[in-house]
Design a protein around this ligand. Sequence first.
Ligand code: FAD
Length: 432
Amino acid sequence: MTSPSFGSTLPWAEPSWYTGRPTPYYKESHRRLRDAVRKWCDEHIAPHTDSWVEAGAVPPSLYHACAAAGLLVPIASGNSIPPSWAHYPIIGDIAPAEWDGFHDLVLWDELTRSGSIASLFIGLTVGAPPLLKFASKWLQDKIFPEILSGEKRICLAVTEPSAGSDVRNLTTTAEKTQDGKHYVVNGEKKWITNGMFSDYFMTAVRTGGPGAEGISMLLIPRSEGVKTRPVPVIAGPLAATTYLTFEDVKVPVEYLIGKEGHGFRQTMVNFNHERLWIAFQCLRGCRTAMHDAFQWALKREAFDKKLIEQPVVRNKFGNMGRQVEALQAWTEQVVYELGQLSDKDGARLLGGTTALLKVEAGMVCKYVAEECLKIMGGLGLTKTGQGARIEAFYRSVPSFVVPGGSEDVMIDLGVREALKLHRQAEKARSKL
Ligand SMILES: Cc1cc2nc3c(=O)[nH]c(=O)nc-3n(C[C@H](O)[C@H](O)[C@H](O)COP(=O)(O)OP(=O)(O)OC[C@H]3O[C@@H](n4cnc5c(N)ncnc54)[C@H](O)[C@@H]3O)c2cc1C
């Protein structure tokens, strides 16, 4: 038995369950969320995207509108929403108890479909989870009402000019004052997404000696000594990528996230959801590009035939379609597994898998972006008109490949984690 189809009927333009095919994962509440987010984005985002891209910024009022529409709470939460957040609006009227990893996937799928707007939420989605998972109740009660109401914004600041993949060697210091009431922070962070408009920086700092054990996480409010300047990057200005400087910034000790010395582990746990979420965005990026390329191939004539009548062009679509569907299936499997495991077991068992999933997502994007660009011809290189979304997608691909863990580093991590699990399993078996 199939359900009615939703969205575009072009091949691979939507996930298979949108076309009405059976699914073990998506239920009524996922459909409700999908319909609500698509409607909201079509009404509030789509008509303005071109002018925002041209202006290089999204108006601040939009962030308040997102809060009122119930977008910020799920964006800050990931795969579960705390019951204590039930008094905030949640888009699609999803109850916190209903929310699962597939809602997270649907939410990001639909947000990414609306284009560059998604970059507005990156800081919240990577910066809020450490506050939710590891911070004191006092700090949560103080900060969450501000950031969930859209009044204030947050981002994640880990990378430094001299330490990116190598988080263990970061150099930004946070030294306690003699009275033990404050940390004094000095250092620099680079490529911090949403930093230009953030009020809080979820920051990895060195509170102890060298190596991972000396790293802590500190929430740094925008205050005296915090300076931000834009870093122009390939995908454009809407993500507000930032160079951040801390000069003798005084932060109350109550803003420490968890315990001193736990910052490296907390950063790594946080990366797992970030990598999964990058795969969510890649999936929709590929589908949108395929949609536009298909539309073009059905109408463009060359050598007395429609492009789609050329076997070479059909071959391109077939090769894109099989990769996108395989990526979707793997992503859904990981989302399902994470939903069945505790946070701790999820991080232990799936950290390496998630790293490899992120790599696969980036590789599929590279393939699809290039093939779609070629199908569009000159339009694929043009920032306006029918190829504009493909041109933008092509430029955004490196932002899926390097941030959140660079491809080469992730492949190596995936293999090391797989070996670790193999050794643990062998050891457990030898004890039987
Ligand atoms: C657009 C953008 C947005 C970003 N947003 C944020 C953000 O919001 N917050 C934040 O904290 N950071 C952010 N980053 C930083 C991003 O996470 C880092 O750029 C990334 O982790 C790589 O670090 P790096 O640039 O220092 O490269 P390096 O660590 O210097 O690595 C350079 C290259 O060397 C190779 N390499 C290095 N080490 C290894 C290894 N062990 N094995 C194999 N190959 C290796 C890889 O090919 C790698 O790409 C962002 C970056 C960009 C470009």
